[in-house]
Design a protein around this ligand. Sequence first.
Ligand SMILES: NC(=O)c1ccc[n+]([C@@H]2O[C@H](COP(=O)([O-])OP(=O)(O)OC[C@H]3O[C@@H](n4cnc5c(N)ncnc54)[C@H](O)[C@@H]3O)[C@@H](O)[C@H]2O)c1
Length: 277
Amino acid sequence: MRLTLEGKAALVTGAGRGIGRAIAAQLASYGASVMLNDLDEGAARETESILRSAGGRAEHLAGDVTAPAFPQQLVDATLQAFGALDIIVNNAGYTWDNVIQKTTDEQFQAMLEIHVVAPFRILRAASAWLRETAKREIAQGRRVMRKVVNVTSIAGTDGNAGQAGYSSGKAAVIGLTKTLAREWGRYNVNVNCVGFGLIETRLIQPLDSQAASIEIQGRQIPVGVQPKVLEAVKSMCPLGRLGTPEEAAGAALFLCSPLSDYVTGEVLICSGGLHLH
Ligand SMILES: NC(=O)c1ccc[n+]([C@@H]2O[C@H](COP(=O)([O-])OP(=O)(O)OC[C@H]3O[C@@H](n4cnc5c(N)ncnc54)[C@H](O)[C@@H]3O)[C@@H](O)[C@H]2O)c1
């Protein structure tokens, strides 16, 4: 049987670039309609036009997933656009790194807000529709599987020096995932995490004078990785290289597809075999 996501409606956060864009493109290429969210409106629009020119169905809603009221708006907009919500990928994220003694309260909280609080609010916002819809389907004797994929990192599963906040947020989202897998199994929702090693995106560009930065609530936060760390990682990685966004998206696609209908509460690591412990 050929893999298809025809008739499925998906929501992908942080879909303006990098891994989120690649996940959205793969979902659309298998036939899903995709709501694209990103903080950066221009980037979200660009993803939308890439998906549409490849024949996909896509809409976008720009906005900050950490703004308390926004997750409900995003879920409502997806339901309004497509009449359903079958796949949720909580991908939006960034790093704000430092050793613990240099990590401020604001910095630590920001990492929890983006990596665990925003996914929590999005899933809570979706829960009414997901539960009511599943109850109706079950009463009709139908089993329709739906998918939640939360993005974590080997920094969350293994810990990583210099990332107290990021690692904590990425570990916390695993707890949320495992709990929802238990709460939502009865509604036929598979809830899993995909965890990445080093994937070639803006997030891990070499940190130098031209380093990229992300604007969060008016503050420019440099994102990137020290060039010597990138080299060390390549030599520690069994596959000897960084991953591409498309390879990262492949692991997420498995968890978004019927291939994973009997997988729930798990963490799938896509890191070329790299672990930090
Ligand atoms: N690249 C890696 O090596 C790597 C490794 C492990 C985990 N991850 C995780 O993968 C996910 C995607 O990262 P990426 O590498 O594609 O980074 P990226 O910077 O290329 O893309 C992330 C996107 O998320 C968006 N975003 C950030 N904060 C947002 C917010 N508050 N609301 C809405 N959108 C927001 C950004 O604008 C950006 O377009 C993140 O959760 C990241 O932590 C990445």
